[in-house]
Design a protein around this ligand. Structure first.
Ligand code: OGA
Ligand code: ZN
Length: 370
């Protein structure tokens, strides 16, 4: 795309492109984003406040077929803007198209899964596995070593473990001992983990070391899909769940963790950005009596959606299987299990930023080669 015409306005440069479109670039914006004021790695060397309010060019010229050169009056700085760069950064930016895919029980027959030997041997397989975490909010891995601590090794493939009061990893060892509630075979309804933390861990991994029994199947549900369904079917419930904060808490001998959040968190565009839902650590509602009654209706409608088999997937982890979930999007749970045999999972937390960074680097490297 080439520049057809440039027009200097009072506070901005108007650029007409040869496809007939035009963009305005404010002088302050142009000086602030001078390519010459960034290091090779892209870090800005200029302080925004050091630029005068009325900054303006003393000269603007097309210094080549694909380069705009501006000389600035107040400090004599010269900026060279590649036209492709101007085009890419023109504002307003077009809405980003996301590869995120909301899902329901329909994906049961084609779950995003891969084998551990593949992802450690082939970067493009690791890239695919990580992309699934972004797109679906979860991914499954088979044939991992049936060795305690493996879950930590898997996190190291893309990021960093988020250590908590449960340690770097925690054991979910449900050998049945009916006199100890922690080790019963009770089902766990779908939930996000650690909603009583601020910030919450954004990724959770569970790795299976033993599952010699009936039941104990894993259940996953796309909380974003359930939230969007609620928004369509019961807008008033959605409004309540996305604005009214509730409290979550965890207490034991050494810890007293507490955090407040709406069950459905929205970003500034109104898009669903995070789900916090956990029956076990939810504190009693304490809003006004009318609000409590209304809130229960909304909350229970959302819970029904989350537990509706039309939205959930279910699978049984075998030793060596692992799943990772985006803990602010995909809720996990398990079915109950019988008292014969043993079951041992190890879990840990990590964060999305590291995973997305690794994903971008892998995609960049692959594009570079292609
Ligand atoms: C957990 C959990 C599920 C299971 O430990 O956070 O949800 O399958 N476990 O035991
Ligand atoms: Zn859990």
């Amino acid at each position: 795309m080439n520049i057809k015409q440039i027009q200097s306005q009072a506070d901005a440069l108007l650029i007409r492109w040869d496809d007939g479109t035009e963009n305005r670039f404010h002088y302050l914006w142009l000086r602030d984003n001078s390519p010459e004021a960034r290091t090779a790695s892209g870090q800005r060397l200029i302080e925004t406040l050091s630029i005068p309010d009325d900054v303006a060019p003393v000269s603007v010229e097309l210094s080549g077929p694909d380069r705009l050169t501006i000389e600035w009056g107040y400090d004599g700085h010269i900026s060279h803007y590649p036209t492709a760069w101007l085009r890419t950064h023109a504002y307003p930016a077009p809405p980003m198209s996301s590869s995120r895919r909301l899902w329901d029980a329909g994906i049961q027959s084609a779950l995003p899964h891969m084998r551990y030997p593949e992802i450690i041997a082939q970067p493009q397989k690791l890239r695919q596995w990580l992309r699934w975490v972004h797109d679906y909010g979860f991914a499954i891995l088979h044939d991992t070593p049936i060795v305690p601590g493996t879950v930590l090794e898997i996190v190291r493939l893309f990021g960093y473990v988020r250590e908590t009061n449960y340690g770097p990893l925690f054991d979910v060892r449900s050998v049945v001992a009916p006199n100890n509630l922690a080790f019963t075979g009770l089902p766990l309804s779908v939930h996000t983990d650690n909603p009583y933390r601020e910030p919450v861990p954004t990724l959770q991994l569970l790795h299976c070391l033993a599952s010699e029994l009936e039941g104990g199947d894993s259940i996953l549900v796309d909380g974003f899909n359930a939230a969007e369904t609620l928004r369509r079917q019961f807008p008033a419930y959605f409004e309540l769940l996305s604005t009214q904060p509730v409290r979550f808490r965890f207490q034991d001998e050494h810890n007293d963790l507490s955090a407040e959040s709406p069950v459905i968190r929205l970003d500034t565009r109104g898009d669903v950005a995070g789900i916090r839902f956990n029956n076990r650590s939810l504190m009693p509602f304490d809003f006004s009596p009318e609000q409590v009654a209304a809130y229960y209706q909304a909350y229970r409608a959302f819970a029904r959606l989350l537990q509706n088999p039309e939205y959930t997937i279910q699978f049984k982890m075998q030793p060596g299987d692992l799943f990772i979930v985006d803990n602010e999007r995909v809720l996990h749970g398990r079915t109950g299990f019988s008292s014969n045999g043993s079951r041992h999972l190890q879990g840990c937390y990590a964060d999305r930023d590291g995973l997305y960074s690794r994903l971008r680097v892998l995609e960049r490297d692959m594009e570079g080669r292609g």
